[in-house]
Design a protein around this ligand. Structure first.
Ligand SMILES: Nc1ncnc2c1ncn2[C@@H]1O[C@H](COP(=O)(O)OP(=O)(O)OP(=O)(O)O)[C@@H](O)[C@H]1O
Ligand SMILES: [Mg+2]
Length: 405
């Protein structure tokens, strides 16, 4: 369950909203929607399932405006029975504070909102939240990553997602974050209208109906957010990924990410948000060197090594590179090995079908189904893979390959 607070801002002043958003960036909260008027929030806030509404008290507080505002708070509190309401005001009478608290607000802050005051209110809010007012589901995020292209990221991500969707239909989302090489739609033969970019650009308003309108459904029951069909130069910003993933995982049991190969801010944020990272490696010296450098970068970034699962792709094709060499070069133990079956895999890709359904009796299909089962069991039990045997160390070339004995 998430400790993230879903926040709605109701404020007629864009600068004030920006100030509050800025303060919230450093906290475990997400601004899921913004409105300029309380009437708009009364009508439209519920689908965003907010934990907290931060609401401006209008400056004009003549009797009528004040009375209308207080009844609007009552209406808002009725529309959002599990949501805390926090008011912001520049100089209000004690009487208004008391009446607003009776109407449903839990605290008052001065305007412009100060960081320490808002943080103190959030701490109070967190205590309220822990008492069980609302708790959101926090689905598991599984990332598939490799440092080099063409290793099999999209193959693993699509097949894994389809296997997961078969066991939990309607509850699995595959997101193509590889904007430049977006192959997910091709691998699954989809004709999407919207892409990852559309979703992440509007991360702040991803309520359920809007989100479902953006997604494409695959025949297996898998929901898909494919990459854009045109070559795009834009990258998804780290903050958009953070907010977007936090919201997406509150709607799905499993979110599978097809990641690009470079460590740009969006990819790093996605890796940080992942419960498990399938790190694909292929058994060649150049690929392993690049993987070792990638693992060193992960360590430098402070990514939890316990979440990383090394998957050797096309096992046995590395001629003189054995699994022992792979382990030695990477300094971490191997979690999984997939067999090499190029004709079977490429035929499935060309047909736009996942290999697990296109050739269910093939070795690779069985292997990928087992991988999916093993991951689900591991995620459910919180089990971790065996700890790294050694640190990520140099020299990266094993003796046998350097020509030594
Ligand atoms: N187990 C396997 N055995 C043989 N070939 C495989 C296997 N897995 C993937 N391939 C092949 O590797 C190629 C690249 O696969 P894929 O597109 O999934 O990799 P990628 O890492 O996503 O590549 P890109 O960098 O283009 O995004 C495909 O032609 C696919 O058929
Ligand atoms: Mg790919």
């Amino acid at each position: 369950m998430s400790q993230f607070l879903r926040v709605i801002l109701v404020d007629s002043d864009p600068a004030s909203r920006a100030g509050v958003r800025q303060i919230l960036l450093a906290t475990s909260s997400l601004v899921v929607a913004e409105f300029s008027r309380i009437a708009e929030a009364v009508a439209g806030a519920a689908p965003y399932r907010p934990d907290l509404v931060i609401l401006e008290v209008p400056t004009e507080q003549g009797g009528k405006a004040q009375g209308e505002w207080l009844s609007a708070i009552e209406e808002l509190a009725r529309a959002l029975p599990n949501t805390a309401i926090l008011a912001t005001a520049a100089g209000v009478s004690a009487e208004l504070v008391i009446r607003a608290i009776r109407a449903g607000t839990f605290d008052f802050l001065g305007r412009p909102v100060k960081q320490d005051e808002l943080l103190a209110a959030l701490a109070k809010m967190a205590r309220f939240h822990r008492r069980g007012a609302t708790e959101h589901r926090r689905g598991k995020v599984a990332s598939v990553f490799s440092t080099k292209g063409g290793v099999g990221v999209t193959t693993i991500a699509t097949n894994l997602a389809v296997c997961l969707a078969e066991s939990t239909p309607g509850d699995v989302l595959l997101v193509d974050l590889d904007i430049r090489q977006s192959d997910v739609a091709t691998f699954l033969n989809l004709r999407p209208t919207y892409s990852t970019l559309d979703a992440f650009e509007h991360a702040g308003r991803l309520d359920e109906p809007f989100l479902k309108g953006l997604l494409t459904k695959h025949g297996s029951g898998l929901w898909v957010l494919p990459g854009p069909m045109r070559m795009e130069r834009i990258k998804v910003a780290g903050e958009q990924v953070k907010v977007g993933l936090e919201i997406l995982r509150s709607y799905f049991e499993h979110v599978v990410l097809d990641l690009p190969h470079d460590l740009d801010p969006g990819t790093i944020t996605a890796l940080e948000a992942s419960d498990v990272i399938l790190f694909l490696v292929s058994p060649t010296v150049s690929a392993l060197r690049s993987s070792a450098a990638g693992l060193a970068a992960f360590r430098h970034l402070g990514l939890d090594p316990k979440r990383i699962r090394i998957v050797v792709m096309r096992d046995g094709t590395g001629d003189e590179i054995t699994l022992r060499h792979v382990q030695e070069m990477l300094g971490v133990s191997i979690y999984w090995r997939t067999p090499s079956e190029y004709p079977t895999v490429v035929t499935a890709i060309n047909r736009g079908e996942p290999v697990v359904t296109a050739s269910p009796r093939s070795k690779i299909a069985k292997n990928l189904r087992e991988l999916s089962d093993q991951l689900v069991n591991g995620l459910a039990s919180g089990a971790e893979p065996a700890p790294a045997r050694t640190a990520f160390r140099l020299p990266w070339m094993p003796k046998a390959i350097r020509g030594g004995k």
